[in-house]
Design a protein around this ligand. Structure first.
Ligand SMILES: NC(=O)c1ccc[n+]([C@@H]2O[C@H](COP(=O)([O-])OP(=O)(O)OC[C@H]3O[C@@H](n4cnc5c(N)ncnc54)[C@H](O)[C@@H]3O)[C@@H](O)[C@H]2O)c1
Length: 346
């Protein structure tokens, strides 16, 4: 059920009820999206446990929950450990399954680790749910990367699947297991295929998670940031609050069960337009075009933007935060908190 209320700034905001008093596990909960989701769930009165391995190269960061430390339980564990999963998931009402190896480049240099986390561990999680929490609702964060180079735009859920990197293959297998367990065992799973997501808590230390993270860092450091290619590639983006709204809707609406939905942004921009917007927001910044490095060129997907008609019609979700507003909020956050996200100004 959806409710509306006025927030601290007097704006009308919409949210989702149904989580009050419920036991919710977020795998990857110390990461970017997981920690933002945790904040909303705490606000909705859920009992929240964050499960995260805190592997240093990945996106988990305790600074992401600095304001929530008293309100959530943290379980440092690895989703690849089936015993830990069984223990973690017993009697859980909701699982937001966000733990993942997110770097496309790393997935090509170390495909086995990507496979173990993005596919193998997903089977452990689903098996554990089947055995110790068969009624729980599971929402899985998949990715638009599984589509590969678009054959048409906007890309809808019926678009052929043709991943261009190991991460895309393994995430696809991970989401397929969620579908399979819904069809064969009746588990309550929903898959969201996320597009580029940005906001406070995103990884800005390096370009592992997204190029936009390192752009923001370099912009704030007063260094030129690099745009690969001619900058004309089209993309869509979601501010993290909108993604959290989609996750909450997917978790609480029965008609989402067994379904797969794209997320996506309604503003489609070229990387040049995005880079110009960032230089407006951070006036001391500048950018330069640079040819694609070979390792990136081979897995680049060209233009991409998704169709969000299905989730709009069925769950009433649509993004509300414009790029301009979202990017400003993100930059403001890192101006204030950068010392928790990168160690030194180089
Ligand atoms: N951010 C995006 O633009 C985007 C786009 C598409 C899909 N996604 C998906 O959304 C999910 C969340 O992404 P994010 O942007 O918050 O990334 P993130 O890296 O900030 O969060 C992922 C979290 O998973 C944790 N993790 C990784 N391996 C683990 C393991 N073996 N055991 C336990 N925890 C582990 C990491 O420590 C990290 O905290 C991921 O599954 C990702 O594939 C994100």
């Amino acid at each position: 059920m959806v409710f509306s209320k006025n927030n601290a700034d007097g704006e009308l905001v919409f949210g989702v009820v149904g989580y009050y008093g419920k036991r919710v596990v977020i795998t990857g909960g110390l990461g970017f999206i997981g920690s933002n989701l945790a904040r909303s769930l705490v606000g909705l009165g859920a009992r929240v446990t964050l499960a995260d391995s805190l592997i240093p190269e990945y996106g988990g960061n305790l600074a992401n929950i600095a304001d929530l430390a008293q309100d959530v339980a943290v379980n440092v564990c690895d989703v690849r450990d089936p015993y830990a999963m069984k223990q973690l998931l017993r009697d859980t009402d909701f699982v937001f399954n966000l733990a993942g190896q997110t770097s496309h480049l790393d997935s090509m240099t170390d495909p086995q680790t990507d496979l173990a986390i993005n596919t193998g561990a997903q089977i452990s999680l689903l098996e554990s749910c089947r055995q110790v929490a068969p009624e729980c609702k599971i929402v899985f964060a998949s990715t638009r990367q599984i589509y590969g180079k678009p054959k048409y735009l906007p890309v809808d859920e019926k678009h052929p699947i043709h991943p261009v990197d190991a991460n895309g293959i393994n995430k696809w297998a991970g989401e397929s297991y969620h579908r399979l367990y819904a069809e064969v065992y009746g588990l309550n799973t929903t898959v969201l295929r996320l597009t580029n997501t940005y906001g406070p808590g995103m990884r800005v230390k390096d370009a592992r998670q997204t190029f936009l993270g390192i752009w923001i860092r370099h912009a704030l450091e007063g260094r030129p940031f690099l745009v690969f290619g001619d900058g004309n590639q089209l993309r869509d983006f979601n501010f993290v609050d909108d993604v959290v709204d989609a996750l909450l809707r997917a978790g609480s609406q029965e008609k989402a069960t067994g379904k797969i939905y794209n997320l996506g942004g309604e503003e489609v921009v070229s990387l040049n337009e995005l880079a110009n917007l960032l230089t407006e927001i951070v006036p001391e910044s500048s950018f330069a075009l640079q040819p694609f490095p070979q390792d990136r060129a081979s897995i680049d997907i060209g233009d991409y933007y998704g169709s969000i008609s299905a989730i709009k019609e069925e769950l009433g979700w649509e993004p509300k935060v414009t790029l301009s507003v979202g990017l400003r909020k993100t930059v403001d956050y890192y101006r204030e908190h950068h010392e928790h996200y990168w160690e030194t100004f180089e």
